[in-house]
Design a protein around this ligand. Structure first.
Ligand SMILES: Nc1nc2c(ncn2[C@@H]2O[C@H](COP(=O)(O)OP(=O)(O)OP(=O)(O)O)[C@@H](O)[C@H]2O)c(=O)[nH]1
Ligand SMILES: [Mg+2]
Length: 364
């Protein structure tokens, strides 16, 4: 068997009635051997039943998922069940042009690429009757993914892929955008095929605002996958910046409202900021891996940070005593300078510790 066409469906009874005979006709005309895999999430309108009733006449297989919902995971199920060596994914609502199936798979058959993606935004492609709002949303979604792959239309959803390149790849998309997930994670040779996208005539769209939020989250995860160091650095800066804000707010409140000495106030600010950063790191870790035990982890984190805190207090004390920086708002400046110097000191200490650890390891 050559081709597995994966059709994810949810409440598409009218559409499956039409799309299955049409796809089968194209396969017959082009002499393509293949199967049509309907992956249905237990639609309430009897989609699975309608599709199954066509199985005597057409090469259809129906898989029903009882307690699961989601387009991307339905496609992944399709990849698992597919018997063909090429998988083609398309919407069941007749939005993707069926007549493009041969053009989508030929470059893969001839070894010119491993993945083809239908694009509305290259010469020959387009969308029928789209409002300006929809065009802007679609274009900006594509723009946000530019750093991930050379794809003009990552959200179109029409894709063909050589099945063997999916082996060993862990696909784990949030939301719908399986095309982007496959392209980024397989990092394979890619070709775009122009398609004209038509609006569905039957049934309703399942695209809602949740899908848009999930898309952003998915992009963030894929950027993290592709550029782990940059994303870790951004996370590190965001966590550090939020800790700085917490620390400075506590310091200013204690000094201005309760007339604390800034050095004494810095001690409270330090403990609150350390607890804040520690918890934030647990919710949103820099590196994935086993989590430290809550209390033991907190104590060792606070102890590590307290080395830098000593440096900070020393600098604050020096600036307040010898550079008249104890008055408002100068104590804030001395505190910030102390925090930066302390953080740098902490960073250098941790670098030297890991350096000496690695030397000891190589000597063993
Ligand atoms: N199995 C499964 N299929 C789904 C699910 N949600 C959507 N689909 C199918 O995925 C395809 C695309 O869904 P649509 O609702 O058409 O989404 P869209 O094409 O992005 O949006 P429109 O342009 O408004 O049609 C269709 O074949 C749907 O039936 C789901 O939760 N499970
Ligand atoms: Mg659709």
């Amino acid at each position: 068997m050559e081709l597995s066409i994966i059709l994810p469906t949810y409440n598409e009874n009218e559409n499956v009635k039409k799309i299955i005979p049409k796809i089968s006709q194209i396969l017959k005309d082009e002499g393509i051997t293949g199967e049509i895999l309907v992956i249905d999430d237990d639609s309430v309108d009897g989609t699975a039943y309608v599709a199954q009733s066509l199985a005597n006449e057409y090469p259809v297989k129906v898989h029903v998922r009882k307690n699961e919902r989601g387009l991307a995971t339905a496609v992944i199920k399709g990849f698992e069940l597919a018997k063909g060596n090429i998988c083609l994914v398309m919407d069941a609502d007749l939005s993707h042009p069926i007549e493009k199936i041969p053009e989508m798979i030929n470059p893969i058959i001839h070894g010119q690429c491993d993945i083809t993606v239908g694009s509305r935004y290259i010469s020959g492609g387009g969308c029928k009757n789209w409002s300006l709002r929809r065009k802007i949303i679609s274009r900006s979604s594509g723009f946000l993914a530019r750093g991930l792959a050379k794809l003009s239309d990552p959200t179109g959803g029409f894709m063909a892929v050589r099945k063997d390149i999916l082996e060993g790849i862990k696909l784990d998309p949030i939301g719908w955008k399986i095309v982007l997930e496959v392209v980024v994670k397989t990092n394979s040779r890619l070709q775009e095929i122009p398609i004209v996208f038509s609006d569905r005539q039957f049934g309703t769209s399942k695209l809602d605002s949740k899908v848009k939020k999930e898309y952003l989250l998915h992009l963030w995860r894929l950027y993290g996958y592709k550029y782990p160091h940059i994303i870790q650095f951004i996370k590190f800066c965001l966590v550090g910046l939020s800790g700085l804000l917490v620390d400075t707010s506590v310091l200013v409140s204690l000094v201005e409202l309760l007339s604390f000495d800034p050095r004494f106030a810095a001690l409270f600010a330090f403990f609150i900021a350390v607890s804040w950063n520690y918890n934030l790191n647990r919710i949103w870790p820099l590196q994935t891996g086993p989590k430290e035990k809550a209390y033991a982890g907190y104590i060792s984190f606070a102890l590590r940070c307290s080395i830098g805190f000593g440096v900070r207090i020393g600098i604050m004390h020096f600036l307040m005593e010898y550079a008249q920086m104890g008055k408002s708002p100068w104590y804030i400046f001395s505190s910030l300078l102390g925090i930066f110097a302390g953080s740098f000191f902490n960073f250098m200490v941790s670098k030297y510790v890991s350096f000496f650890k690695s030397i000891l390891k190589t000597r063993k």
